[in-house]
Design a protein around this ligand. Structure first.
Ligand SMILES: *Cc1c(COP(=O)(O)O)cnc(C)c1O
Length: 357
């Protein structure tokens, strides 16, 4: 059996949920479990986070998977419905929808629904991705209020673009913009993602939307989950399938991009980009061999990586190799791979075996 596996620590997930509650004690939590629970397994994560006040997912398929598994917790579609059939399903299964575009309001106006849907009007406070411009929000609100298919309490939601940088004043600009929209309306509001929860208490409101922090990862540029009291949920590991001796000057792997600086041992571990290990991981990316730090050398292959074993002289075939997780922050691996931890967590493929701890 292939050695590459991901161990999911459900206790850590619950610990991180309690960190979110502690950080935003007056807010309700809409836990973000889109993209297969950030790659950890949608149902597994949803069940472990049964204390959440609601779940947020990107699309209807994700919401339906939860409902079909018998989960009755409120669910919010962050991108809303994309056509009338999705709107009908959302209505039938009591799935709430973010409304970010006039096309969605038109569907609500012309479609008789089995039961009213709860909607969240998305305001573009400055991210410029989804949502109604502040000047258009009041008219959109009125139209929604006039829809028979819209449930009585309409929420107001926005998303922060730069909250991952604690010094960037743009977050406060967005906050001010959002507050200027329908100030007289007594609606439930939601602004903060993980970075807002941990770094910008001003952005806490009736609802917060923790995502990456639940998985034990810092949302901040150059941050580490540990600094925020978070525990990594996913540990990805595999085993050494070869230990080879090469001579000074030997080139390792495709393209010969790494040259042995001396006679040395190079380990081969059974994981590669076909498993979701990032191909852009550069020579020098840390791994743990037998719990000790070693570095990746040469290019990442589809099924294998090569490791400088000079720091682990006792390493032998069969020894465990941790790619990220406990003892090796995924944030650090992401930095060496020109990406973010979110992408690494979401990216493990079908080939990797998932186990719960
Ligand atoms: C993904 C997402 C979140 C969660 O963001 P994190 O940075 O993972 O905490 C919150 N809100 C919206 C709209 C999102 O798309």
């Amino acid at each position: 059996m292939r050695a590459a596996k991901a161990t999911i620590d459900l206790q850590a997930l619950r610990h991180n949920l309690s960190r979110a509650r502690e950080a935003a004690p007056s807010s309700r939590l809409m836990t973000v479990i889109k993209a297969n629970g950030y790659g950890h397994g949608l149902l597994r994560v949803a069940r472990a986070l049964a204390d959440a006040d609601a779940y947020a997912v990107a699309c209807l398929e994700e919401a339906m998977e939860l409902r079909e598994a018998g989960i009755a917790t409120p669910i919010i579609l962050l991108e809303g419905f994309v056509d009338v059939s999705e709107l009908l399903l959302a209505s039938r299964h009591e799935i709430e929808a973010v409304v970010h575009h006039p096309v969605q309001i038109e569907m609500l106006e012309r479609t008789p629904l089995p039961r009213p849907v709860r909607v969240w009007l998305k305001v573009d406070s400055g991210m410029h991705r989804l949502g109604f411009a502040p000047a258009a929000a009041t008219a959109a609100w009125r139209r929604l209020m006039g829809c028979a298919g819209v449930a009585a309490r309409i929420g107001l939601v926005t998303h922060l673009a730069n909250a991952d940088d604690r010094r960037d004043p743009y977050t406060l600009t967005q906050l001010e913009t959002f507050r200027s929209v329908l100030p007289e309306v007594d609606a439930e509001r939601s602004i903060a993602n993980s970075a807002g929860i941990l770094g910008w208490p001003q952005t806490h409101s009736e609802w917060v939307r923790p995502g990456i922090m639940l998985y034990g990862v810092s949302p901040f540029v150059d941050g580490r989950g540990e600094q925020e009291g978070l525990i990594p949920v996913m540990t990805c590991d595999t085993r050494l399938i070869a230990v080879n001796h090469y001579r000074k000057g030997d080139a390792v792997g495709y393209g010969g991009s790494w040259i042995c600086p001396e006679d040395m041992r190079v380990g081969v571990a059974a994981i590669g980009y076909g498993d979701g290990y990032p191909r852009h991981a550069a020579s020098g990316t840390p791994v743990l061999v037998n719990g000790r730090r070693a570095s990746l050398v040469g290019r990442v292959s589809m099924d294998m990586i090569t490791i400088d074993l000079r720091s682990v002289p006792e390493a032998q075939v069969g020894d465990p190799v941790v790619l990220w997780g406990k003892g090796l922050p995924v944030e650090e691996v992401a930095q060496h791979s020109s990406t973010i931890a979110y992408e690494l967590l979401c990216g493990l493929t079908q080939r990797v075996k998932f186990v719960e701890a």
